[in-house]
Design a protein around this ligand. Structure first.
Ligand code: ARG
Length: 458
């Protein structure tokens, strides 16, 4: 069958080329945005007397009936159509006859597709924000429960200083809050309407772009028609923001995987978020966390793909740009799935507080506090640091820990040591003393929790 654009050519396209060229198998997802966009366009055409008000009404009713039928299942997508825009227009024309053919006045598929994708991604971005909030809320609840649970804090994956699990968790809440901030910022630039830019140069009709943009909830219109139809920087930006969010989820996943190992046993995931092995009966594998970590690479690939597609394109629209959708859809779907599994996985994980405590007692993680003790007694920090290091070395040789070294032994390193040192190196004291802003001390963790809760409730 000849295409709607038959005229200059026969509109008969080779069937393999037709499959290659068509995008309906993935852009059908934008049907709602396409129809809503067309309704606003018809309304504008009527308001500007480019078509009659009656014709505008007929078009709008026809579009509404297509939307209703698609949603009820009475109408199926015709996968023989080139894309979603052609499908809706063809269906409309078959329902309304000649009036249907008036819809495409003063627009082009180039501004139509740019409009649809902005509207589609705008909705998806808002959903990603809500799902990210669910993860933050699960993290914050766990953090509150464990605001005094002690575990080792690590640098270089070596035990470093004692911290609370609440503090550790809240670090991720902070990262995810910034991710939301980035999505909200991205929305500002995404929410600009390109419709009315037409094919590339604007139009000779007396259109009202601002009216049409307002109907569709946009905050403004693109100021340059070439730019409006040919950039996809908002998709690149969204995918960059998704990639950063995935990077954060991936780091968290890595810790969940480590913590679930027998070597750590800091947490036990709920059965609902683990799998067994087909051969090893003892296994309980953290597959969900591993998949989040794995899918992060895939999302980075989506971002790189679109950046590469766009990098050499001359203005304005080029068919290469049809390649923008699958990557951004994939990144969006992937991150949404990851967020949906992440929130309950965190909420249901069991924290093995005794194992955390035991690990904290074994790694000399109070050595900094020992040095600080000597500093408070008047020794310069560098000298205190050296003495503490020598004490740690002695403990390692003698198979002891700082808590089990006698006062007499301490005094052989410095006369400044006294009975009160044991209280100073007690892990609970070490944590409680870290009262600096943003530190692991209780007041700071509670302040973080409060700030995050306020953010979630606003
Ligand atoms: N399916 C096309 C896309 O996704 C729509 C725009 C087609 N425009 C054109 N001039 N062929 O990019």
């Amino acid at each position: 069958m000849a295409k709607m654009w038959a005229g200059r050519t026969s509109g008969i396209i080779d069937s393999v080329a037709d499959d290659f060229n068509s995008s309906i198998h993935f852009d059908y997802k934008m049907y709602k945005q396409d129809i809503k966009g067309s309704m606003a366009h018809a309304l504008m055409l009527g308001a500007q007397n480019i078509i009659t008000k009656k014709e505008a009404e007929t078009l709008i009713d026809g579009l509404q009936s297509i939307l209703d039928d698609l949603e009820s299942g009475a109408l199926k997508f015709n996968m023989k159509c080139e894309d979603i825009h052609m499908f809706v227009e063809e269906e409309l024309t078959s329902r309304l006859g000649d009036v249907g053919k008036k819809l495409h006045t003063a627009r082009s598929r180039n501004d139509q597709v740019a409009l649809d994708i902005r509207m589609y991604l705008r909705d998806e971005t808002n959903e990603i924000i809500e799902l990210t909030k669910d993860v933050i809320s699960a993290i914050t609840e766990k953090a509150e429960e464990h605001r005094s649970t002690i575990l080792p804090g690590y640098t270089h994956l070596q035990r470093a200083q004692p911290i609370t699990f609440g503090h550790h968790l809240m670090a991720y809440a902070m990262m995810l809050m910034r991710d939301i901030d980035r999505f909200e910022d991205c929305l500002k630039r995404m929410n600009i309407s390109p419709i009315g830019c037409c094919a590339l140069a604007g139009t000779t009709y007396n259109t009202d772009r601002v009216f049409e943009a307002k109907q569709l909830g946009f905050s403004g219109i693109s100021m340059n028609s070439l730019d409006g139809v040919s950039d996809r920087d908002f998709s690149v930006e969204l995918m960059s923001d998704i990639a950063i969010l995935m990077m954060h989820l991936s780091r968290f996943s890595e810790e969940i995987i480590l913590w679930s190992s027998w070597e750590f046993k800091f947490i036990e995931l709920s059965d609902a978020y683990t799998t067994g092995s087909s051969i090893m009966p003892q296994k309980k594998n953290p597959d969900m966390a591993e998949l989040v970590r794995g899918k992060t690479g895939r999302v980075y690939g989506d971002l790189m793909g679109l950046l590469t597609t766009l990098k050499g394109l001359p203005l304005a629209y080029n068919k290469d740009m049809q390649e923008d959708k699958e990557s951004v859809f994939d990144a969006v779907e992937t991150v949404k799935m990851c967020l949906k599994v992440f929130a309950p996985m965190v909420a249901t994980m069991n924290v093995c507080t005794d194992n955390m405590k035991k690990a904290a007692q074994e790694g000399f993680i109070n050595a900094t506090d020992l040095a600080d003790y000597l500093v408070k007694k008047g020794l310069p920090f560098r000298s205190a640091y050296k003495i503490s290091g020598q004490i740690v070395s002695k403990c390692i040789n003698d198979g002891k820990v700082l808590e089990t070294l006698s006062l007499c032994e301490y005094k052989s390193f410095s006369p400044l040591f006294d009975e009160d040192l044991y209280k100073e190196i007690d892990l609970k004291t070490c944590v409680e003393k870290r009262i600096s802003e943003g530190g692991t001390g209780l007041a700071s963790v509670e302040k973080q929790i409060k700030a995050v809760k306020e953010f979630l409730n606003q």
